[in-house]
Design a protein around this ligand. Structure first.
Ligand SMILES: [Zn+2]
Length: 552
């Protein structure tokens, strides 16, 4: 007898071989059997300890976010929210900083995240921040995660009060008189990190707890954390310990795959025959762990962001004098790092946004596969944002998984359209052309860069409109069913776990989400407004709004 049967459901299995299902049984945390109707459920003599009637609600595999920053999300839930809305202008931003400063002791940190200069007119300014938060240390992170602004006490602590220094792979912005403005780009952000990092494990475990509770409410059952342990995205060299601590105390709410920042990999001293040049101690690499917590790809940054004009593009940004962006290291050095990681058995996830950075990643993957052939390495390109038509074909031929964020359309789309100019609008954040090239598309948010609920992501993947209502490369729109497939099977595939999740298939993990309505049956403009009624992991109800009798 099964542990649980969910009957009278509109089941979207995301398993092409099993389209017509209305009842699902679960045993031992796994999907056991499927039935096309309640009658068939009885005919097949399926029975369960507990039978829950979903009254026609839509049942799907749980959502997987293939690229998110979980600790960053949990942290930003406790920081000043500088995103727009609610923040409509620079003055409103300074007022929000002033309110938080009043509640903060002198000498302590006032932190905020999510501001976007494209929406409030300009980056915040150190002098105005000094006035808003006298005597406090102010650190405001840009929505892209690629920039931040600090005030004078922080600059003083960094020795940058009066003049900038060169930072390889980054930039300390200055006023015309040479005095730093407070804006720190890309790797220059690591300077602030040195003042606050490492965070204590207990602080990080709290953030994991806070983020995970939110993820469950959004219908997420699995996510890939896009970089821990080092570089400017890491929070502590023992960041994995925070995930273990959260798990040990029952506060790891969703399944997590952890990408490892490339800075953490080091020479292993293994036998030369092994080819294991680079890795983590003991030879730990991609795939180590279990269903709840495992090591994913190594994350290698090649460039920055489009809205910040720091992504490396072949042709200049649209406005005069905005340049070509930059690679975060020498191209040959980046290629060598990618090839070494490949040779050492890692899945490689290269952050590449501009078409010039994407070429670096594609060339490196191509060379790696020729020099050190490996079956199905499933290397990834994170964001894959500004993509020439030939690059789609190249990525498909190499078996690369592109991980674009359709979700960016409505929150960052206007800024991106302006950055690249109309000639390149139809290269932005492709989806449909990737599917047409035979690639598997995952669903992801890059949360906390933007609000990360999958229903918002699905909405944007289908509707492709910016905040101002402009079409965002609408030729790349996909159907709601394709978008759901991305957020379920596609994300499982990108983390090499489609054998255990991503569809409602007997034998797979019983990770499920119940929605109020069917995203493939409502008009596209309503997708974002649908409700998550319940989230189930391992056959256990972990989140429930109380709409389904007998579920929890
Ligand atoms: Zn990211």
């Amino acid at each position: 007898m099964a542990d649980l049967a969910l009957v009278n459901a509109n089941v979207l299995t995301m398993d092409p071989g099993r389209p017509l299902v209305s009842a699902v049984t679960i045993t031992g945390g796994r999907i056991e059997a499927l039935a096309a109707s309640s009658a068939q459920f009885r005919l097949a003599e399926l029975s369960a300890d507990r039978v829950v009637d979903l009254h026609g609600a839509t049942l799907l595999p749980g959502f997987g976010d293939a690229h998110n920053h979980m600790i960053g999300s949990g942290r930003s839930l406790a920081e000043i929210d500088l995103s727009s809305p609610p923040i409509g202008s620079l003055d409103e931003l300074y007022a929000a900083v002033a309110r938080r400063a009043e509640a903060t002791a002198p000498g302590d940190w006032v932190t905020g995240s999510g501001y976007d200069q494209n929406k409030i007119g300009a980056h915040p300014d150190r002098d105005a921040l000094d006035r808003a938060a006298p005597g406090r240390l102010v650190w405001l992170r840009h929505t892209s995660g690629h920039m931040c602004v600090v005030n004078s006490p922080v600059l003083a602590a960094l020795g940058l009060e009066a003049a900038a220094t060169d930072v390889p792979g980054g930039r300390v912005d200055t006023y015309p008189d040479g005095r730093p403005s407070g804006l720190l780009e890309e790797r220059a952000q690591a300077l602030v990190g040195a003042l606050v990092y490492p965070f204590p494990v207990a602080f990080l475990a709290d953030a994991i707890d806070r983020a995970g509770a939110q993820y469950l409410a959004d219908g997420i059952t699995s996510c890939t954390e896009a970089g821990i342990g080092g570089g400017w995205i890491g929070h502590s060299p023992v960041e994995l310990a925070a995930y273990q601590a959260a798990r040990d105390t029952g506060r790891l709410h969703v399944r997590v795959e952890l990408m490892v920042a490339s800075e953490v990999l080091h020479a292993l001293g293994a036998h030369p025959d092994d080819g294991l040049e680079w890795g983590l101690d003991l030879g730990i690499r991609t795939g180590f762990g279990d269903d709840w917590l495992r090591i994913g790809a190594v994350k290698i940054f090649t460039d920055g962001s489009l809205v910040g004009r720091t992504a490396a593009v072949h042709d200049e940004y649209a406005a005069p004098g905005e340049g070509h962006g930059y690679l975060q290291a020498d191209g040959a050095e980046l290629r060598a790092a990618i090839i070494t990681a490949h040779r050492s058995g890692w899945q490689v996830a290269t952050h590449a946004i501009g078409d010039r950075a994407i070429d670096v990643a594609l060339e490196a993957y191509a060379q790696a596969l020729v020099q050190y052939p490996r079956r199905d390495p499933r290397h990834r390109i994170e964001h894959f944002a500004l993509v020439q038509p030939r690059q789609v074909a190249q990525a498909a031929a190499l078996g690369v998984i592109a991980v674009p964020q359709g979700r960016f359309a409505s929150e960052l789309g206007d800024g991106m359209l302006a950055a690249v100019g109309p000639k390149r609008h139809d290269w932005l954040y492709r989806q449909r052309s990737l599917l047409e090239a035979g690639m598997v598309l995952p669903g992801s948010s890059d949360r906390p860069v933007v609000a990360g609920a999958p229903l918002l992501g699905l909405h944007d993947m289908v509707n492709r409109r910016t905040a101002s209502g402009a079409p965002f490369n609408p030729g790349e729109a996909i159907t709601a069913l394709q978008a759901l497939y991305a957020y379920t099977f596609g994300s499982a595939y990108a983390s090499r776990q489609e054998n255990i999740k991503g569809s409602i298939t007997p034998g797979k993990l019983a990770d499920l989400v119940v929605l109020s309505e069917d995203p493939t049956a409502v008009s596209p403009d309503r997708i974002a407004g649908l409700q998550v009624l319940a989230t189930i992991i391992d056959g256990q109800c972990r989140y429930d709004v109380g709409a389904i009798e007998g579920l929890s």
